[in-house]
Design a protein around this ligand. Structure first.
Ligand code: ZN
Length: 316
């Protein structure tokens, strides 16, 4: 059977401010901080995961906030824009919310859909689109009622240095289907109902520079470990050099760089974020993998304090 991903598993980006990131993704966007852990390769840096109530694949954006990181530049070889999907009829709510919070927005359209575009505090490009498909999030926080809550990713806009090659990889490796072309973008669709709409630039784009305010990689969904092994074979047979399968605690991962310069990961849906703490209280406690537990006091001391808090604009 042909391998087809259902869509995005997660997106990982670099930022500077830990609290600023929590305030934006939880305080402004109303997402749940579903996991507070550390960069396993650099325990002085947080790894923060935001998503829907359950931390479902297709809703997860993750960050390594590091105050000293250099500013990156968005460009070719990166995810240029991360798209979030909200329920039909809720775009006006979001426009009003960003305006109330003094966050500049740009209104635009792509493939006939109205988009609200904005940047996070480090300059990551975000957009909001309304669509009927995709399960509603059950999470509500601050001024975001549950019926307006972000469902998860609508998809992403890939900025490729070699778009024709990126398109071939999306179609022939990941199993996406090309569904439209309009202006500067080609649109691809994965089989799932979240994180399933991927747009790619038509003209090659000059390479960006990695750093704060840029996406590091985009991960695609694998069903389970068996499926993951099949994905690795397919990536290898397609001429790429995938990493070995890596245990990331909440999923297993493999990485490869596609020919347009973008770092792709394939990540398993299981075991998920309730693996090491109860689903009800996920994200509240700093979670460490076993091999770091004996250094907990030291690690906690080295991390800046962060708090999920209701922003002032929502308290009035
Ligand atoms: Zn990842």
């Amino acid at each position: 059977m042909r391998q087809q991903t259902t869509g995005i598993h997660h997106v990982t980006a670099f930022v500077r401010g830990a609290q600023a990131t929590v305030d934006f993704y939880s305080g402004v966007l109303g997402l749940r901080l579903v996991k507070k852990t550390i960069n396993f390769d650099a325990p002085e840096v947080y790894h923060l995961y935001f998503g829907n109530d359950a931390g479902s694949p297709g809703t997860i954006i993750t960050f390594f906030p590091w105050a000293h990181s250099r500013q990156g530049r968005i460009g070719g070889g990166q995810v240029g824009i991360t798209s979030y999907v909200v329920p039909l009829g809720s775009l006006d709510f979001w426009k009003a919310r960003f305006t109330k919070m003094n966050i500049p927005i740009t209104l635009t359209t792509r493939f006939g859909e109205e988009l609200v575009q904005l940047a996070d505090p480090d300059g990551l490009r975000i957009e909001i689109v309304e669509r009927d498909e995709g399960p509603a999030s059950q999470w509500t926080f601050g001024g975001v009622p549950v019926d307006k809550a972000i469902k998860g990713f609508g998809g992403a806009v890939l900025f490729s240095t070699a778009p024709a090659r990126t398109a071939t990889t999306l179609e022939q490796v990941l199993g996406l289907e090309k569904i439209a072309q309009e202006g500067d973008f080609v649109r691809f669709k994965a089989t799932g109902d979240l994180g399933n709409i991927i747009d790619v630039n038509v003209e090659p784009m000059a390479p960006g520079v990695g750093g704060a305010g840029t996406v590091h990689h985009i991960a695609w969904r694998a069903q389970d470990d068996e499926d993951h092994a099949r994905w690795r074979n397919l990536v290898l047979e397609s001429g790429f050099q995938p990493t070995p399968l890596i245990d990331r605690q909440y999923f297993n991962a493999l990485y490869f760089r596609e020919e347009g310069g973008i770092l792709f990961e394939i990540a398993t849906d299981p075991p998920g974020f309730a693996r090491d703490e109860p689903a009800e209280t996920m994200g509240e406690k700093l979670m460490l993998p076993e091999w770091f537990e004996n250094q907990r006091a030291q690690i906690e001391e080295g991390l800046p304090p962060i708090q999920v808090r209701i922003l002032e604009a929502d308290q009035q």
